[in-house]
Design a protein around this ligand. Structure first.
Ligand code: 1GP
Length: 255
């Protein structure tokens, strides 16, 4: 039997459970997240039940390959790249979220970076999972870097229209992103409006920092939740206790 692809793994898991949890790790030696630290965080996140590790790459400065290899030593879930640019690629990962920032004003982030990187992925035979990336206010660093025409928080129908257009364009996933470290997560009525509009899995991330935030987001319709800042802040302090509480609460939700 052929090996299950990462896409099949994600799709099957989202069909089996109310929602799944992904941990985002941004390797950044300048702020202390060396490849070794990333490996330790991933190990604990895996042990407490996260379903996959996403690896950002915007500040990885030459340590991305080492980071991915270090993480893979400790986890038995997919390691998926979440690139901030064409520099965020590593042949050692299991797959890449091949993203298009649908609401960017700059075509580089919609199709330019993708064209630059597609031949590299083919050469490496790295699985590319197409994903529409929608940036919602406040957008944080990704909003600024990606030159996004940020989707207004109080206009869920606009987000739903972008998400439906993404589905019709053939994307496998839609990601509603408030921005890493955002002081306000994606509004629940927006998560609900989008999830009721599309038939493909919905990922939500940015500013999800508590049990309630994650549970309510899933109840509103998210199929996959992403936590980065919360994991990087709490795991070194409490060895994964807070993260474990969140993941257990998420797995118990009935829809
Ligand atoms: C960022 O959505 C992810 O791309 C995670 O955001 O760091 O706020 O959890 P946080």
């Amino acid at each position: 039997m052929p090996k299950q692809s990462v896409w099949e793994y994600l799709r099957n898991k989202t069909e089996e459970h109310s929602a799944i949890h992904l941990t985002l790790i941004d390797p950044d030696p300048l702020s202390g997240t060396t490849s070794e630290v990333a490996g330790e965080i991933a190990k604990i996140a895996f042990e407490v039940g996260t379903d996959g590790i996403m690896v950002g790459g915007s500040t990885a400065f030459g340590i991305l390959d080492d980071t991915v290899k270090e993480i893979k030593r400790y986890v038995d879930v997919p390691v998926i790249l979440f690139p901030g640019n064409i520099t965020g690629l590593s042949k050692f990962a299991d797959a890449v979220f091949f993203m298009s920032l649908m609401n960017s004003r700059n075509p580089y982030w919609i199709s330019g970076a993708q064209a630059m990187s597609a031949p590299i992925l083919k050469n490496w035979d790295l699985e590319a999972i197409s994903m529409a990336y929608l940036l919602i206010e406040p957008g944080a660093t990704a909003g600024f870097v990606g030159d996004a025409n940020l989707l207004p928080r109080e206009k869920p129908k606009i987000a739903a229209a972008y998400a439906l257009a993404s589905q019709y364009l053939g994307f496998k996933l839609v990601y509603l992103e408030a921005g890493s470290g955002a002081n306000a997560a994606v509004p629940l009525n927006m998560v609900k409006a989008v999830s009721q509009t599309i038939d493909i899995p919905l990922i939500v991330g940015g500013g999800l920092n508590s049990v309630d935030a994650v549970v309510n987001c899933v109840k509103a319709g998210a199929n996959i939740v992403v936590q980065g800042t919360f994991v990087e802040k709490t795991v070194p302090i409490d060895s994964g206790k807070s993260l474990s509480e969140i993941i257990q609460a998420l797995k118990k939700i009935q829809r």
